[in-house]
Design a protein. Structure first.
Length: 136
């Protein structure tokens, strides 16, 4: 039951991250004229920070990383980099393969996010938040 709850909360955090990621990349490309590849770097950092906060406070509230918040955030970014590579690979492949994706990069962000979700959950739960807190 706890695993299902964590998966559901992680998915909700992922949806929040997707909105942040897609919103930032779309705004940078459409409103500021950024290159969609470079815009994605900043949008990922924003989304990863939002999902770290959500998952720390909600999804894995009954688990501990044993780290300070700053160290935990840096570790989170490092671990999420594997999922980010998968995510960015899908994103770039869609941009290369489908010209419409240059006008609507948010759709490519969504596809990359879905593919990387399982990788991210496994590393978050199995590596960073692997220690149940006492009494939880």
């Amino acid at each position: 039951m706890r695993l299902r709850r964590e998966i559901a909360l992680f998915a909700l955090g992922g949806a929040i991250g997707l909105v942040v990621d897609a919103g930032v990349v779309q705004a940078l490309v459409s409103l500021a004229g950024w290159n969609p590849y470079l815009a994605r770097v900043l949008s990922f950092m924003c989304a990863a920070s939002a999902t770290w906060w959500w998952n720390r406070r909600h999804t894995f509230a009954g688990r501990s990383s044993g780290r300070s918040a700053g160290s935990e955030w840096l570790h989170w970014l490092g671990l999420m980099s594997l999922g980010a590579l998968v995510n960015y690979g899908v994103y770039a492949a869609l941009l290369l393969g489908f010209p419409f994706a240059h006008r609507w990069p948010a759709a490519a962000v969504a596809a990359g996010s879905l593919v990387a979700a399982a990788v991210n959950f496994g590393t978050a739960r199995g590596v960073l938040f692997r220690h149940p807190e006492s009494g939880a």
